[in-house]
Design a protein around this ligand. Structure first.
Ligand code: MN
Length: 134
């Protein structure tokens, strides 16, 4: 159980993808919250302060770039790792993800195992730099 009750917010408008990602994360012990558009994603990120956010880029109201940029400019949420999921991998997407402040980047379609691996990588990294660690 790699999740150990750590929380992941999935911001994704496609129901099939939400089910796939939330199923594997819950199976590995993560507590999963879901948002269907950018506005709901912003609100839940601020309210729940998840340990990590899985951010689809193509979502209604505010796109994933916009939501990530806003969260990275707010003191309460700037530390939360964000993994961008882009549907149509373009040559500039990785640069765009970095510019927006994303900590990780996956091109769809992505294997559930790849999502899990990236979540584990970033959650372990953020835990390893918590204050008090030598
Ligand atoms: Mn989408």
């Amino acid at each position: 159980m790699t999740g150990r009750d750590r929380t992941v917010l999935i911001v994704e408008d496609n129901e099939d993808n939400r089910i796939v990602y939330s199923t594997i994360l819950r199976h590995h012990g993560f507590l999963v919250s879901e948002a269907l558009d950018g506005a709901e994603g912003m609100a839940k990120a601020r309210r729940e302060l998840p340990d990590l956010i899985l951010m689809d880029i193509s979502i209604p109201i505010l796109d994933g770039w916009e939501v990530t940029e806003r969260l990275k400019h707010e003191d309460a949420t700037s530390h939360i790792p964000v993994i961008a999921l882009t549907a149509h991998a373009m040559p500039g997407d990785r640069d765009r993800a970095l510019a927006a402040g994303c900590d990780g980047y996956l091109a769809k379609p992505c294997e559930p195992r790849a999502v899990l691996a990236e979540v584990n990588r970033l959650i372990n990294r953020s835990r390893s730099v918590e204050p008090g660690d030598a």
